[in-house]
Design a protein around this ligand. Structure first.
Ligand SMILES: [Zn+2]
Length: 258
C-alpha cells in the first residue's frame, strides 16, 4: 500500500529534479548517489535521499468508503564535507524537493504493468504502450461513459471528453475484470494473463489516486550543535486516498473454520 507510494514519489522526484549529463539527480553540482526506501544508519556514499516513516490513518467517511491519510518523510542527507557546504546542499535539496512536489497536488499510483513489468507514473502507459490490447476497451469505456451521461442530459449537452488518463484507467479495469471472469482478451499474452490472475489473488489495486497531496511540514536542516558532520533535511508529505469497501460481513465466511 505505502510501498507503491514510495515508488511513485521516487519516480516523480527523479523525473522533476535537475539532472547531470549521465542522468544522476544533482543538488547544486553534487549527484545524489543513493535513493533509500526506509532510512539507514550507515550510508555508503554522500549524498542521499530517503523515503520512510509512513504513518497511515484510516477512517470510515461513509458507508462503503474509507479515507486513508498517509504521512511520509522525505529526507536529504549531506555530509563528510566542509560543514557550511553540507548545510547549503541539504538546504538546496530541501528547496528542490518542495518545488517539485508542489506541482503534484494529485497523483496516480500505478502498480507494475502486468504486460511489460514496467513501473509507470500514469495509467496512460497501458493505452500508449499496449494499444492492440486496450484500443477496444477504450472504445467501450467511452461508450459506457456517454451512455451514463445521456441518462441525465439531453442531446443539447453532449458528453465531455474524458482525460486520456481516466479513459486508460477505465479501459484497464474493464480488461482486468474480463480476465477475472475468464473472458478472452484479444492480444493479451498468457504470461500477462497469469500476472493479472496473481495480482487479483494478492488483492492488488493496480491503479490508485492520491489527492490533497501537500508538503505539510518541513525541517530544512538539523543545523544544531553535534550535527556538523551530517546534515539532514526532512520534508513531511501528506496525502489522502479514498478506498471503496463493498463487502462487510458477517455472512461472507464459510460455516466451518478449518
Ligand atoms: Zn506495460
Amino acid at each position: 500500500m505505502v510501498e507503491k507510494i514510495y515508488d511513485t514519489l521516487k519516480g516523480i522526484l527523479y523525473n522533476d529534479l535537475p539532472k547531470d549529463a549521465i542522468g544522476n539527480v544533482v543538488i547544486y553540482d553534487r549527484p545524489v548517489r543513493n535513493w533509500f526506501i526506509g532510512d539507514r544508519d550507515v550510508k555508503p556514499a554522500n549524498l542521499s535521499i530517503m523515503i520512510y516513516s509512513a504513518n497511515l490513518n484510516i477512517k470510515d467517511i461513509a458507508f462503503g468508503l474509507q479515507e486513508y491519510e498517509y504521512k511520509i518523510i522525505i529526507g536529504v542527507d549531506a555530509g563528510a564535507d566542509e560543514t557550511e557546504l553540507s548545510e547549503r546542499i541539504a538546504l538546496e535539496g530541501n528547496r528542490l524537493i518542495i518545488s517539485a512536489l508542489r506541482k503534484h497536488r494529485r497523483m496516480w499510483v500505478v502498480d507494475l504493468c502486468p504486460i511489460c513489468s514496467k513501473q509507470s507514473l500514469s495509467p496512460i502507459h497501458f493505452t500508449s504502450a499496449h494499444p492492440t490490447i486496450f484500443n477496444s476497451y477504450v472504445s467501450t469505456a467511452t461508450t459506457n461513459f456517454q451512455n451514463s451521461w445521456n441518462i441525465t442530459h439531453t442531446n443539447a449537452y453532449p458528453a465531455p471528453t474524458l482525460p486520456a488518463s481516466g479513459l486508460a484507467t477505465e479501459a484497464f479495469y474493464l480488461m482486468y475484470e474480463d480476465v477475472r471472469n475468464n473472458v478472452v482478451v484479444n492480444n493479451l499474452p498468457t504470461t500477462a494473463k497469469n500476472n493479472i490472475l496473481s495480482m487479483q489473488k494478492d488483492n492488488v489495486e493496480p491503479i490508485r489516486m492520491l489527492y490533497d497531496c501537500v508538503v505539510s511540514d518541513n525541517k530544512p536542516s538539523d543545523d544544531g550543535r553535534g550535527q556538523a558532520l551530517l546534515k539532514t533535511g526532512q520534508i513531511t508529505f501528506t496525502a489522502k486516498e479514498v478506498v471503496k469497501q463493498t463487502i462487510y460481513g458477517p455472512d461472507n465466511v464459510p460455516s466451518t473454520a478449518y
